[in-house]
Design a protein around this ligand. Structure first.
Ligand code: SF4
Length: 444
């Protein structure tokens, strides 16, 4: 049996800690002269409008720079840092550029001669990942000799954890990402994510746990300063150890269970040697899920809306089929509804999202949020008054119109200024010096 080595190191100092994590894991694979290395950080979200919590959301620039230095010290001259940042407007290239500039990647380019790539503006190449599915991957990543995968140590409200394997979803184009959220149980999000790495060049993973997130992947989760680094030349092993460190049995993380099965590996870590800190000394449970429940009338709602007393509304929990754009706007819709609540029950409204939800017969009004829901139910006889939002991405103005038509007087300004919302979450971290923005800067 092959034993895979994973290191766990407490982050203590710039440069040294990443170097120690990599060395304990057995070092970087040897590369031929002229080798190309593609660094994949995690920039799951960005806005130009306001400062927002990046802790536990985005790979620290500290770890990115330390990896670049390590690669240079190992004689690697051709390094590209690339990420496919999703923006509300698919044509928006300014926001990813702002992310790269703010995170200091331009400074890294100047100082170390690395290249940077907004994956969405680059070339894509098709890869058959099996089961009749072809995804389009970033060609630069495919053509590299090594991918250095730098995910964040976080949980995820759909995939339980988001670590090295899930981070690779940022290398595929938008149509491919939508394909990952299919209805087919044999090829659902978990099964697709599990196969993302199968046809890539070798991957070396360093999971950045300087900051960790509960209920990620975005800024509305609960962040911790954890000061951990987990490294391995074996991606799946890094993720299995990462899941345990977040307090989750890898067997209960569907995409890791799929990946282990696909590769004939156990999920109990019996073929993994952990070096450095023992898992038991660093593990801390990180919740991954947002709680939903039924109100006294039997309507499904997020628990905070039930606690607020909202009635006359059914807003069932997002499922695995809700993808990128709808996920991005769903939290705004829920926030807008909370602000619109004036104490009077709404008019028996149901809001359906994703691709597989079914209308509850007898509801007075049914909002079909997004093109997929509209296509699925445009002729459904169980719907009394249908209020569709037909687009993909669903347009904020049309969502406002639909909610107004349903009698929910949301404030259009919440949607118009939705870029400002993430700024509200900064208050949680005020006066807490352990949450230090400098981890997301490169010193000039
Ligand atoms: S409408 Fe929503 S669920 Fe459907 S493909 Fe677009 S983003 Fe995904």
């Amino acid at each position: 049996m092959t034993i895979h080595r994973v290191s766990i190191v407490r982050y203590q100092a710039p440069g040294e800690s990443v170097r120690q994590a990599v060395e304990l894991a057995g070092g970087l694979p040897s590369l031929k002269p002229g080798a190309r290395v593609f660094i994949k950080p995690n920039i799951v979200y960005w806005t130009r409008a306001v400062p927002f919590p990046k802790w536990g959301v985005i790979t620290t620039s500290r770890v990115v720079e330390d990896m670049v230095v390590l690669l240079k010290d190992n004689g690697v001259g051709d390094i590209t840092i690339g990420e496919g940042v999703v923006t509300a407007d698919p044509k928006d290239t300014q926001t990813p550029a702002h992310a790269f500039a703010t995170l200091g990647y331009a400074t890294l380019a100047k100082r170390y001669g690395v290249k940077t790539l907004n994956v969405m503006e680059g070339r894509f190449a098709p890869v058959d990942i099996g089961g009749g599915v072809t995804l389009k991957y970033c060609a630069d990543a495919l053509e590299s000799d090594l991918i250095v995968d730098l995910p964040v140590l976080k949980t995820h409200n759909q995939t339980v954890v988001s670590l090295g394997t899930k981070n690779l979803k940022g290398l595929i184009d938008i149509p491919s990402r939508k394909k990952c959220h299919r209805m087919d149980a044999e090829a659902d999000l978990h099964a697709m994510v599990a196969r993302l790495a199968d046809h890539l060049p070798p991957v070396f993973t360093v999971i950045d746990g300087i900051y960790t997130a509960e209920r990620g992947p975005a800024f509305d989760g609960k962040m911790h300063r954890s000061d951990l680094l987990i490294a391995s030349a074996d991606l799946l092993s890094a993720d299995l150890v990462g899941a345990r460190t977040l307090g989750h049995d890898p067997a209960a993380v569907p995409h890791l269970a799929h990946a282990a099965r696909n590769h004939g590996r156990p999920t109990d870590l019996s073929d993994i040697e952990v070096v450095g800190e023992p898992i038991a000394s660093v593990a801390r449970f990180h919740a991954y899920d947002f709680d939903y429940a039924q109100d006294p009338d039997g309507n499904w709602l997020p628990v905070p809306l039930i606690k607020q007393g909202i009635r006359g509304l059914s807003y069932p929990k997002y499922d695995l089929t809700m993808c990128t754009y709808c996920s991005g706007i769903n939290g705004v819709v829920l926030s807008a509804i909370r602000y619109a609540w004036k104490g009077e029950p709404f008019d028996d409204v149901e809001v359906l999202t994703g691709k597989v939800m079914k209308p509850t017969p007898g509801k007075k009004k049914t909002i079909l949020l997004g093109k997929c829901m509209y296509q699925a139910h445009k002729d459904n006889p169980d719907i009394n008054e249908m209020i569709p939002v037909k687009g993909c991405p669903p347009k904020p103005e049309q969502i406002v119109k639909a909610l107004h038509q349903a009698g929910i007087a949301v404030d259009p300004a919440i949607f118009a200024n939705r870029d400002q919302l993430p700024g509200l979450f900064m208050a949680r971290y005020r006066d807490r010096p352990e949450f230090d923005e400098r981890f997301f800067r490169i010193q000039e």
